[in-house]
Design a protein around this ligand. Structure first.
Ligand SMILES: C[S@@+](CC[C@H](N)C(=O)[O-])C[C@H]1O[C@@H](n2cnc3c(N)ncnc32)[C@H](O)[C@@H]1O
Length: 286
């Protein structure tokens, strides 16, 4: 499907019902979800975000597509931030609120049920964040354009998306399994690859559905996000594409991001290691 504003309603409907059945990153219990947040620092996966938050300059955050709330609740718990979080899946928000209460941080979090394209109810914030969401909207460019309007002067925008080159091998492997064998075979293979979520059956299933059975996803590049950022008055600050190293010129990175396909093959096929082909970018309002 070509992405455009007209794709949004149809894609939104499909994606929302998919997550109402089972939200992403969903644990057996509220307690298990809270435990994960207590013991898993943001730094391990997102060192650039941790470095930014450690400066103490970020006070307010708006998260789009917060799902069951691990990131919003982590930011409120570990960094004391005031977080507004938006998602259109009520089952995910119910869990997010439950975890927030259990962690005793519900005075710092606000979970709002809304389609992100329709959300207006917030002043500008210091950090706008959205991980693994915009590529499920049917209009990734339009979604980026909308969410970045909430980033004030000097504020940051942090997005995570599936990567055009990095994602190919993963999708090829699982689409072949689904076509030639069955969903059960694909799930078995997913369980073999994913060493992280072995302890909680619901959690594992919620990841498998999200990564392998999703009704709509698109894939993107750093080059593309850099173009959107320039058009929207943002400048790229860091990215996982170069392992969060200091940036330098962007052009060489646009070339090197093509190597993501070979890295994905090495991980998923040769080493049998989970590599979904996801990347993050931090940009700042210039
Ligand atoms: C892959 S999950 C990511 C959840 C969360 N960011 C995380 O990292 O755990 C995608 C989330 O985006 C939400 N979402 C997708 N399209 C949306 C839209 N148009 N408006 C609001 N939420 C949306 C879904 O409900 C789902 O919770």
């Amino acid at each position: 499907m070509t992405e455009s504003p007209t794709s949004r309603p149809q894609v939104g409907q499909k994606v929302r019902s998919f997550y109402e059945e089972m939200p992403f990153n969903y644990y057996d219990s509220t307690e298990a979800a809270a435990d994960y947040i207590r013991t898993n620092p943001v730094e391990a996966s997102y060192p650039d975000l941790h470095a930014l938050l450690s400066t103490g300059e970020i006070k307010t955050v708006l998260e789009f597509g917060c799902g069951a709330g691990w990131l919003s609740n982590s930011l409120a718990l570990h960094y004391g931030l005031m977080v507004t979080a938006v998602d259109f899946t009520s089952k995910a928000l119910e869990r997010a609120r439950g975890v927030s209460e259990l962690l005793g941080i519900d005075d710092r979090t606000r979970f709002v049920e809304s389609n992100l394209f329709e959300f207006q109810d917030s002043p500008q914030v210091d950090l706008v964040i959205s991980l693994g969401v915009l590529h499920h909207t049917g209009d990734t460019r339009g979604a980026f354009e909308h969410i970045q309007t909430f980033a004030g002067s000097g504020a940051f925008v942090y997005v995570g998306l599936y990567h055009f080159y990095g994602r190919r091998e993963f999708l090829r492997i699982f689409h072949e399994l689904l076509e030639r064998e069955s969903e059960a075979a694909a799930f078995d293979h997913y369980r073999e690859l994913d060493g992280v979520r072995q302890g909680d059956a619901t959690h594992m299933l919620s990841w498998f559905r999200d990564q392998v059975l999703h009704p709509h996803e698109t894939q993107h590049t750093l080059k593309e996000v850099a173009g959107w950022s320039a058009e929207d008055g943002l400048s790229i600050q860091s990215t996982s594409i170069n392992g969060f190293q200091p940036l330098g010129e962007l052009e060489p990175l646009f070339e090197s991001e093509k190597e993501y396909e070979a890295r994905s093959h090495q991980a998923n096929v040769v080493e049998k290691r989970y590599f979904p082909g996801f990347f993050v970018v931090m940009a700042q309002r210039v």
